[in-house]
Design a protein around this ligand. Structure first.
Ligand SMILES: [Zn+2]
Length: 57
């Protein structure tokens, strides 16, 4: 089974239930960046998201 890259926004913002899951790491990061900016008004770099928030599932 292919690995997926998952970001559970609840880990970063306690009141958010947003979850991103994609087999494409670049896509998962892009979606996460957009969500963080649009919903939470925070700018994360791809590297921050990859190292701190993305999990391999
Ligand atoms: Zn969120």
């Amino acid at each position: 089974m292919a690995q997926a890259h998952k970001l559970d926004c609840e880990a970063a913002a306690a009141d958010c239930r947003f979850i991103i899951q994609s087999e494409d790491e670049a896509e998962a990061i892009e979606l996460a960046k957009r969500h963080m900016r649009d919903v939470h008004g925070q700018d994360y770099t791809a590297e921050e998201l990859r190292s701190k928030h993305l999990k391999i599932v």
